[in-house]
Write a protein that binds this ligand. Structure first.
Ligand code: SAM
Length: 279
């Protein structure tokens, strides 16, 4: 039996190529091609764009991306067992899928991509967060990518899109929202994956803004935010003491009460503070 793209169903692909899920690689596969097509659509209009996919596994999302009209997909997969299954997809879409067998944390795929570039991935949680932080802190802005559409553990997705005043608001929210539009576009229960993970997931879509929302030196902003949230229950006058001996005066000067806590300060507030502290 074949599917809409003429390739075998994913359960068959997994059985044929012996792709039993490896826990160490965070392998929780999406086997429903309607769902992977939906995730690909959540990445926006892919026609005319190169897509960087990290962790294609047996290729469910890859097939969705190709069906959605991506100009080219560059897929980076660490597990060599997946290569024959991905080669079958490449053969069905001549010239549109390149597969690199590598650890995404160790390679720079940029040279192989032509802008506009969109990144789409269903990755293990720890790898996803590490890559997200790298993609949000490039040496120059705007970054190489136009948008990121990434699957996360739901709790992490909520931290990325969190508003000030909420428990989930912190470093990740500020890092993401300072220079991007970030929203959750899909929520998935554990049963959407095979095998089912312990927690629910969500897809976050981030679009790079042409410039940061408020001016600030990224390194100073990062230092201020890290210090404030490392001791998030403390008042700012205590948590930020190490940054300037006269921190109370500096906070007062920019209109932030020294008795406030990190989670009450908006992104604009942190940027103002970063500028007052030298960047
Ligand atoms: N995209 C597929 C899907 O949606 O069914 C697979 C998702 S599975 C959650 C994560 C995939 O990322 C696996 O195929 C795994 O082998 C791969 N992976 C894990 N760590 C990786 C890394 N550091 N670099 C590249 N791929 C990685």
């Amino acid at each position: 039996m074949s599917t809409i793209d003429g390739l075998p169903p994913l359960r068959e692909v997994i059985a044929t190529h012996g792709l039993s899920a490896k826990k160490a690689l965070g392998q929780n596969f999406l086997l429903d091609l309607n769902l992977t097509a939906k995730i690909a659509r959540a990445a926006g209009d892919l026609s005319g764009a190169d897509v960087l996919e990290i962790g294609p596994g047996p290729g469910g999302l890859t097939r969705g991306l190709l069906a959605s009209g991506a100009r080219r997909v560059l897929a980076v997969e660490k597990d060599a067992r997946c290569l024959p299954a991905l080669a079958e997809i490449a053969a069905a879409h001549p010239g549109r899928l390149d597969v690199v067998n590598a650890d995404a944390l160790e390679i720079d795929p940029l040279a192989r991509l032509t802008p506009p570039i969109k990144v789409v991935a269903n990755l293990p949680y720890n790898v996803g967060t590490e890559l997200l932080v790298r993609w949000l802190t490039p040496p120059v802005w705007p970054p190489f990518w136009q948008s990121l559409t990434l699957m996360f553990q739901r709790e992490v997705a909520e931290r990325i899109v969190a508003d000030p005043g909420s428990k989930a608001y912190g470093r990740l929210a500020i890092l993401a929202q300072w220079r991007c539009e970030a929203r959750i576009v899909m929520r998935l229960p554990p049963e959407a994956f095979t095998p089912a993970p312990k927690v629910a997931s969500a897809v976050v879509h981030l679009t790079a803004l042409p410039a940061p929302r408020f001016p600030a030196d990224p390194a100073v902003l990062e230092r201020v935010v890290a210090a404030a949230f490392n001791q998030r229950r403390k008042m700012l006058r205590a948590s930020l003491k190490g940054l300037a001996p006269d921190i109370e005066d500096r906070l007062n000067a920019v209109g932030i009460a020294p008795t406030e806590r990190a989670e009450q300060v908006s992104i604009e507030g942190f940027c103002t503070l970063a500028r007052a502290l030298g960047g």
